[in-house]
Structures are given as structure tokens and as C-alpha cells.
Design a binder for this molecule. Sequence first.
Ligand code: NAG
Ligand code: NAG
Ligand code: NAG
Ligand code: NAG
Length: 473
Amino acid sequence: MSQVMHKVVIFWSIGALLALDECFFDGCRCVKNIDYSYDIICVNQNNSLFPKRLKSNITRTINTFLLKQYLFTEIPDGTFQGLAIRHLIIGENRLKKIGPDTFRGIKSLSLLKIIEKNFETIDLGAFDPISYYLSELGIWQINYQSHKIDEFFAELKKLKSLKTLSLMGYGLKQFKPEWTTIFESIVHLNLASNEMKSIGPDIFKSCKHIESINLNNNFMSNLSSIFRALEPVKSKLRELKLASNQISQLKDFSAFARLEALDLSNNQIKKIPTGLLKGLDKLNSLYLSSNLIRSLPDSLFSSVPALSILMLDNNYLSTVPSVRTLSNLKILDLSNQNGNLKELEDFLFERANSTCCLYLNLDANRIEKYGKKTFCSRDSGLSEIRKLDLSYQSMANMDHCLLSQLRSDMANKIEFYVTMESEISKESTVSCNCELKSFLKSLKIGFIGPCSDVAGPCNEYQQTQQCDKQFQC
Ligand SMILES: *[C@@H]1O[C@H](CO)[C@@H](O)[C@H](O)[C@H]1NC(C)=O
Ligand SMILES: *[C@@H]1O[C@H](CO)[C@@H](O)[C@H](O)[C@H]1NC(C)=O
Ligand SMILES: *[C@@H]1O[C@H](CO)[C@@H](O)[C@H](O)[C@H]1NC(C)=O
Ligand SMILES: *[C@@H]1O[C@H](CO)[C@@H](O)[C@H](O)[C@H]1NC(C)=O
């Protein structure tokens, strides 16, 4: 059982105006923001234990305070004395615990992220100074086997304003029922990248305000038991993430009537039940990437009129599912159907009452056959595609006159992106040539990607391809 380790990105918000010569902390960089707050960026370069504070009186708000790669195991008491901090990010140091006086004297703190390998616990009383301020807490890599783990959860309970909680422990196997009272105020809960095989039926019982739950990247396989746990929150959830688990059997999500985003990618799903999306009229993003799906029920998408993002990449589809009812669809990803998608018929991407502008990704397929009206829509007499990605092979197999269906006026620029598998030799790039380039230019289609780079210098006024009427929409 291997787990995809998500790379943790330590970031700070942008908007920086100017760096100061002298910073409040030794060896750090201080940057003044547009709103006169400061960012303090401390990245250890000198094997130091902790950056020394140079100024005792810092009255301006600190937008982001980053402490990275120092050797400390604990933060010196009084470090944050008198500071009003929005975002405190502590990462890649040797921090073991938050001590009782770590936050002593702090004026405010709204977001705390701790990304540490050796983090063990939060001492009793440590969160008292921030208990009414902290709205977002993210902790990576806590030791759930530690005998102090109950103390840790008892301390989390004190956070009265906490709305967003991420506990991405790479180690949480079972969530104890007595810990779940911390969920009462939580709106966004993230328990991704742990080692949970199942979740208890009562885990979400105390969630009163929950809107999104992220259980990505665990080892869960039984959707029935997940549904049982979600029973108390099913009518509240707007986002549910179950990607990168071991789910093979799906159930209908119709009870999750407020759902806007559902992520089931990277599981072992073969069969999609007909009623999977019944009644989900708010659903706008559906992720089914990287499964074992060979076909989809005919009218699967007729009950999700709000759908705008549909990810079906890396499956085994041999036909394009009907998207006719998806008038709000903006992104359709059908890339990499593992060699199964070989043929595109007429009018496959037309939508009734479309609000325009579809990004269609067909990359990493090898399409051999096209209908003469593949990209046309009967309603509008045009194509609704605004960006099209194709592999070199699919493009080489295509009568380029089909591309005239993508013709645009200047206001609505269309992009055509052609990738090239690295093993393709120079000789086989014959289709990426000057003629194609100027043909696309005459249609006002922006040509991008490696294929457009291969095309050599070109006389712009060369004759462009004459296309038969049968390709017109
Ligand atoms: C690193 O140490 C040297 C010598 O002690 C000092 O001059 C320099 O300012 C230090 N750099 C930082 C970033 O602390
Ligand atoms: C801190 O700075 C503020 C404003 O600049 C000033 O009013 C106050 O007296 C200073 N406090 C100390 C202890 O220096
Ligand atoms: C899945 O969970 C449900 C509900 O908890 C249980 O009744 C069922 O036996 C489980 N199925 C498997 C295969 O473990
Ligand atoms: C398209 O819009 C028309 C007029 O508003 C409506 O009658 C028709 O049912 C719509 N079609 C679809 C498939 O939504």
C-alpha cells in the first residue's frame, strides 16, 4: 500500500512592496505590504537555533511570519510578545512541541501552520492566548502514538473561533470518538494523507457548521461505512473529497443535495451507478480522474445542470459521454483514456443553451477517426470549444479542415495546443509545419505547445488550405 505523499508547500501571500534594510529579527527579511503590514521571512542559513528579536516594540501587523529550517525544538518563550500576526507558518525546523508560554503576550493570530517531522504535542494552556483569535489551524505530521495525544486534542478544544482544521498526520489510523468534540465550530475539515482504513459512525456527529470534508489520500475502501459516518452532515456538505483511496463500489450521492464539488479521483472505480448524481443540481465540479471507468450511463449528467468542471482523464473510455445537457460546462478533460478513445463522432461536444467557452482536453489519446462535424454544435451552428488540447498523433490523423470549425473572431481567441510524445522522431513531425501554422493563423486560432515551436520560419502569405463545405458547421 503506497501513499502518494503530497508535497507540502510553504507559502506566503504576495503583495509585497519593499524590503527593509533592517528587519525585526536577525538574519530575516522584512517586507512591507501594500496595507502597511509586514511579512517577516526567516529561513535559517547559519545553523542558528532561532532568529534573535532585535526590536521589542513592533506595532504594525505582521501579515505572514515564516520560520523555516532552524534547529529549535521549542520556540523561546515571549517570541511573539506584543505581536499581531495574521499567518504564522513554522516549517522544517525541529519543533517538538508548543509550550505553555509560546504564545504568551501575543496580540492576535488567525492562522497557524506547523509542518514538522518531529512534532509531538501542544502543552496544556498553550493555546489560551490565541483561543479566541485562531480561525485556521493546519498541522502536518503529528505523532498519534504519543502518550500526549489526548492532551493535544484537549488543547484544540479551546479554540473557539476555529473554522478550518487540517490534521494531515501521515499517521492517524483511527479517530477517537472523544476527540470529535473539537469539530463543533469547524466549517472546513481536512483529514487527508493519513492512514485511515475506515471511519467510525459517530465521527462527524458534532459537526454543526461543516461545509467541506477532505478525506483524500487515506486507505478507505468501504463507501457504505463512509456514508454512515456522513449521515449527520449529508445535507450540509458542499464539498466532499475522497480521492486517492481504495474505493471500488460507488453509491448514489443523491442525499448530498447541497454538494458543489465531489472528488472521487484515483480510486478503483469501474462502474458508475445510473443515479450517482441524481438531484445534485448545485454540483459544479466532478472529479473521476484515474479510475478504471470504461463507460458511463447514458443520462448520467442530465441531473447536474450546474456542472462546470468534469474531469475524466486517465480512464478507459472508448466513447465521449453525452454532455448535451451541461450548458455551463467549462472544462472537459478526457485526456489519456489508455488507448481506448480512438474515434470521435459528429456533434459530440455540443450543448443545449450553452453559455460558451469549453476547454476540451483530449491529450494523450490517439484518435484515428473523426466525424466531419466533430466540433460543431447544431444549436449555434458553431463550435463551442475555446481551447483544444490534442496529442501529436491525433492531430496528424486529422483532416486539418476540421479545425476550421474552431474559427474565431478576434474577441474570442481560440487556442489549439498540440503536445508531442518525447519519443516522436523528427521525421514524424511533418504535420507540425509552416502550412498548418499559417492555416491556423488564417482562422485566427492561437497555435501553442511544442508542435507550434517545431514549425519553422514561414512565409505568412503562403496559400492556406482550401476546405470543402462538408466541414462547415
Ligand atoms: C551568518 O554568520 C555570519 C558570521 O557569524 C554573519 O556575518 C552573517 O550575518 C550571518 N548570516 C545570517 C543570515 O544570519
Ligand atoms: C511603542 O511604539 C508606539 C508607537 O510608535 C509608542 O507609542 C509606544 O510608546 C512604544 N512603546 C514602547 C514600550 O517603546
Ligand atoms: C462496509 O460497511 C458497512 C457499514 O458499516 C458494513 O455493513 C459492511 O459489512 C462493510 N462491508 C465490507 C465489505 O466490509
Ligand atoms: C434551452 O432553453 C430553452 C428556452 O429557455 C428551454 O425551453 C429548453 O428546455 C432548454 N434546453 C435545455 C436542454 O436545457
